[in-house]
Design a protein around this ligand. Structure first.
Ligand code: MG
Length: 383
């Protein structure tokens, strides 16, 4: 790793872990965080969770696991060139979706609806809850006992009410402070990754077309460039050639804009970064506008496509049925979850029960949720 900038996160300036541990022998603190994530069961389950297309629709589509790896790749490129802590960016990227429900955004919306009387459900908060509480592998503590900086980065959004309950890691939402720069890089790498891979997956599924995409400036500029160099190029290679250039244009703009902002603001430490009035990692105004145009296109043409909608509708039903079923009859839960739900309920009444049910559902993969739904509600399973 080249020399880190003064505003990069370092082991020496880290605010540490919740449970004190001896330092790692041959790794940095953030490398250790990353490795704990890679070895977690929540990380393995990302393989079977939907990004946009339900996991079993085809083997070529992105899943939350491949999405997270793409985000990590882009985050590391940005972090390295800006002399930020590449390991911390990678850690946050690999962990950022750990708390995601099955069935992508449809699942998140459904669970949030189910939890409306119990404080709602936020997947960023659930990612933090996963690394802080739900993973149970270490003898000395619940969760993965990650550093403050990794936890700060994982908690991308948080409502003020929930922030208050979280203590130190929630404080920035009350004080309106920025997260570390490595986390800021991941936030935008996430956006770059999903906009582009959703274009790719949408084209692959035949739900959107190149003709439609040519109305989006970001895509059209690269389409023209590729076609002028390779007039005969078609199919998957044409698509890939365009998308890789779009990603590059976005990343280059992000790096150059951020470099200029960092130079102007000249923060001298991570705490300086946190005090800034706005994020220092960002796109130029023009690129921000173009990126928004692509987002709008995807929302209207892909995420609201009737075939996607049919799928999300089904997903919505599965989540609601499971939630209502477990809330009505705790004995439908497997023994371990039943024990947790009873313990939570003992402490916190119906809120506690709802929290345990939401944890169980959020942790499910797509196919596990489908199977669980069938086992509980399908009368033909009796035979
Ligand atoms: Mg993401």
């Amino acid at each position: 790793m080249s020399k880190l900038a003064p505003y990069a996160a370092t082991d020496a300036s880290s605010r540490g872990r919740r449970h004190k541990e001896p330092g790692p022998n041959y790794r940095t603190e953030y490398q250790r965080d990353r490795d704990r994530i890679v070895h977690s069961s929540a990380f393995r389950r990302l393989e079977y969770k939907t990004q946009v297309f339900v996991n079993h629709e085809g083997d070529m589509f992105r899943t939350r696991l491949t999405h997270s790896i793409e985000v990590a790749q882009i985050s590391r490129s940005i972090a390295r060139i800006l002399n930020l802590n590449e390991d911390l960016s990678e850690t946050i990227a690999l962990a950022h979706d750990l708390g995601h429900t099955p069935f992508g955004h449809a699942g998140q919306d459904a669970l949030n609806y189910c939890m409306k009387d119990y404080g709602g459900f936020e997947h960023n908060l659930q990612s933090l809850r996963t690394v802080d509480e739900l993973e149970k592998s270490y003898a000395d503590f619940a969760g993965l006992n990650l550093t403050f900086e990794s936890r700060e980065g994982i908690l991308k959004h948080c409502s003020p009410i929930k922030a208050k309950a979280l203590g130190d890691v929630g404080q920035r939402f009350l004080d309106k402070q920025q997260p570390n720069l490595e986390a800021q890089a991941v936030n935008l790498a996430d956006e770059i990754a999903y906009n582009n891979h959703d274009v790719d997956d949408g084209l692959r599924a035949g739900l959107i077309s190149i003709e439609q995409l040519n109305e989006v400036a970001l895509f059209n500029t690269q389409f023209i460039a590729v076609k002028s160099s390779y007039p005969k190029l078609q199919g998957r290679r044409l698509v890939h050639e365009i998308i890789r250039r779009v990603i590059n244009v976005l990343v280059v703009d992000l790096i150059e804009t951020s470099q200029a902002r960092l130079q102007a603001a000249a923060p001298e430490s991570v705490d300086d970064v946190r005090q800034q009035g706005q994020a220092l990692i960002g796109f130029s105004d023009e690129m921000k506008e173009q990126s928004l145009e692509l987002k709008r296109f995807l929302r209207n043409e892909l995420y609201r496509h009737y075939r996607v909608h049919r799928m999300t509708n089904k997903a919505d039903r599965i989540i609601r049925d499971l939630f209502d079923g477990f809330m009505t009859d705790l004995h439908l839960l497997p023994p371990e979850q039943q024990k947790t739900a009873s313990a939570y309920e003992h402490n916190d009444g119906k809120h506690g029960r709802a929290l345990a049910v939401a944890d169980y559902i959020a942790g499910m993969t797509d196919r596990y949720a489908i199977r669980e739904h069938r086992r509980i509600f399908d009368p033909s399973e009796l035979t």
